[in-house]
Unconditional design. Structure first.
Length: 361
């Protein structure tokens, strides 16, 4: 429930070289909150050394406040930085003190590394930008790292993946403090989507491991041209002129995955392309990529992206009108469930109760 109106203070830590985009997100969104005719938040940018702070873009940004600003804040946000693997010890001390004081703490993009280094993510669910997840997992194995989510909250600690996911995190904070109507108003003013669940996947091309051989390259190319057919191991082995056992062993050695895993990956990628570039009905799209039925397409796409096919099409269609109004099999409207509906990950993971500055999360 939203709490009584009051100005909440947000301290945004700029760790040099700081990402200007990451740094701008909290001020842009929190600065647009108006409650009872007055500001809902006061946003203060601070740094270990007040004055010129280097940015990843090569510019210097004048930051007037030091880390003592953290002590007076309700919420502390650490923006992504180019020095994420070597956080300033003074920032770590400020984060630990903020956590001990019961403040809400959040990170955008690579800011999660400093939270982990400070020990604030041990045993907690967290995320970061998808290209840095393996490094974070290797350096901090005690973190319950969440793959393919936009943001996650675990008690008083929130982490987001890269870039625009910081917008989703800040809107979630606003929604928690002041309710959905205020958050939606801010989203409209900022010209961004008002609701993207934290469990929605980071929409990146999920790469297969790099290929380490080409002996089955012709078979892979042939399979790509026949994805609409019911291909199996025997079909692939027959084309390659080897036994099924040899195919399985050598295919995995070349691609890092089994033949059927590779085939499924290509089918789902083809399905995504069809949803983005055509208006095919769901059953037709499923047949065209070899997934068979609309139900099968829905299940595989939900597991990969967190969205149903119709929700994926509404979000990513490259056609005029976006396809958002299409009727899909299974009932009225989208038919198969909205984004964030059954089968998707929860909005946030909040396994611990927490109160920061009067805002219960």
């Amino acid at each position: 429930m939203p709490t009584a109106s009051r100005v909440r203070r947000v301290a945004v830590i700029a760790a040099p070289p700081v990402s200007m985009f990451n740094l701008a997100i909290p001020e842009m969104l929190f600065g647009k909150v108006e409650i009872d005719g007055g500001p809902g938040y006061e946003t203060v940018i601070c740094a270990p050394d007040p004055g010129p702070v280097a940015t990843t873009g090569g510019l210097d940004l004048m930051v007037p406040h030091g880390l003592d600003a953290v002590a007076g804040a309700d919420t502390v946000v650490l923006a992504g930085s180019g020095s994420y693997t070597d956080p300033d010890p003074r920032i770590l001390d400020a984060l630990r003190a903020a956590a001990a004081g019961g403040k809400r703490i959040a990170s955008i993009c690579t800011g999660a590394f400093a939270l982990a280094e400070a020990g604030l993510l041990d045993g907690r669910a967290a995320t970061t930008y998808w290209t840095y997840r393996p490094l974070l997992a290797a350096r901090h194995p005690a973190v319950d790292l969440q793959d393919d989510v936009l943001y996650v909250q675990d008690g008083p600690v929130l982490t987001s993946s890269g870039y625009a996911a910081g917008i989703d995190l800040c809107l979630h904070v606003i929604r928690t403090d002041h309710g959905a109507a205020v958050a939606n108003t801010v989203a409209r003013l900022a010209l961004v989507a008002p609701v993207r669940p934290g469990g929605q996947a980071q929409f990146t091309q999920t790469p297969l491991p790099p290929e380490r051989g080409v002996s089955f390259a012709d078979t892979r190319a042939w399979a790509m041209a026949h994805l609409d057919e019911p291909l199996g191991l025997a079909d692939l082995a027959r084309h390659a002129g080897v036994s099924v056992r040899t195919l399985s062993r050598r295919f995995h050695a070349e691609t890092g995955v089994s033949p059927l895993q590779w085939l499924l990956h290509q089918r789902v990628e083809r399905a995504k392309e069809l949803l983005e570039t055509t208006t095919l009905p769901m059953d037709a799209a499923a047949r065209a990529c070899g997934l068979g039925t609309a139900d099968s397409l829905r299940g595989h796409l939900l597991r990969r992206t967190g969205l149903t096919p119709s929700a994926y099409r509404a979000t990513f269609s490259r056609l005029a009108g976006g396809g958002a109004g299409e009727r899909a099999p299974g009932g009225p409207g989208t038919g198969e469930g909205e984004a964030g509906g059954p089968g998707t990950a929860p909005l946030v993971r909040a396994s611990r109760s927490f109160t920061a500055g009067g805002a219960s999360t």
